[in-house]
Design a binder for this molecule. Structure first.
Ligand code: LIP
Length: 274
């Protein structure tokens, strides 16, 4: 008889996921209720279109406080407040509101993204659309889920039939290069979609709502949870030329498409430019 006892890492991942889901749900409630009261405290960061609101800051403070109470000693890395100095092997990576411009405009495509890493490897992740309540989760080796539904990504094998989601940076010079790449890419695939939140784009790819996703310029908090969800749904997630996913490029695609897509993106210098 096979031993059904979960291995220690799976058990730990499940425990971390339970905490992540509890914290993310409370954070998403805050984001949604603050939006209902109207956007406040708007300022800008890297450019005059890179906005941050009072809700981004409040939600991240809430996540930091909740994790500090539940997991004292862990490190938390967040978009708005950077990293705390935890002593343990667990690091939490949080984007309090991914899709901040959508949040600013009241477009229902913004999410709380929270991942738990053990020794630098994401083992649990949750992405929760704060506007709709849609929620995606994954644990390392445990599969990806939307609610209780197990996810499998696209099985597309023909690059010319691929619906690709992507995004653009806040810097106009970077967007100019990204637009040049896009004008040459769009005739080589089915079509493009741009929804405005990397974490949700990765979840959409995980459930086959688009076939693939790529973007240059993401931060760890944009893709830590969504990248695990996409991987656990059977997609390959990485950068170009065999590099890991990172600020130069994040690509998520089904195994048959990942190679041709990354080769095409490299040919188009998609990781290049400002
Ligand atoms: C956003 C990403 C999106 C990208 C935007 C922005 P933010 O993150 O989720 O994919 O295209 O430029 O970086 O700023 O809303 O947390």
């Amino acid at each position: 008889m096979s031993d059904n006892t979960p291995d220690p890492l799976s058990k730990r991942a499940a425990e971390l996921l339970a905490i992540a889901v509890t914290v993310a749900r409370e954070a998403a409630d805050t984001a949604r209720s603050m939006r209902a009261e109207g956007v406040s405290g708007v300022s800008t960061k890297s450019t005059d279109t890179d906005v941050v609101t009072a809700a981004d800051r409040a939600v991240e403070r809430q996540v930091i406080a909740a994790l500090g109470a539940l997991r004292p000693g862990d490190t938390v890395l967040g978009e708005e407040y950077g990293g705390t100095d935890g002593a343990g092997s667990v690091r939490w990576v949080v984007d309090p509101i991914d899709g901040t411009v959508n949040y600013l405009y009241g477009l229902p495509q913004y999410a709380v993204s929270l991942a738990a890493e053990v020794d630098g490897v994401a083992v649990a992740g949750v992405v929760r659309n704060a506007a709709t309540g849609d929620e995606w989760t994954a644990t390392l080796g445990g599969g990806a889920y939307r609610g209780r539904r197990r996810l499998g990504g696209s099985t597309q094998t023909d690059l010319a039939q691929v619906l690709v989601a992507t995004g653009f940076g806040y810097d106009a010079k970077r967007r100019a290069h990204q637009a040049e790449v896009l004008t040459r890419l769009i005739t080589r695939v089915r079509d493009i979609r741009r929804f405005g939140a990397a974490a949700l784009d990765l979840c959409l790819a995980a459930e086959g709502g688009v076939d693939a996703y790529f973007e240059k310029g993401l931060n760890p908090w944009d893709h830590a949870a969504g990248g695990l969800i996409a991987r656990e749904a059977g997609l390959l997630v990485g950068g170009l030329d065999g590099r890991p996913a990172g600020p130069d490029m994040v690509v998520a695609a089904p195994p048959a498409i990942f190679g041709p897509l990354t080769e095409l993106l490299a040919e188009l210098d998609a990781a290049g430019g400002p």
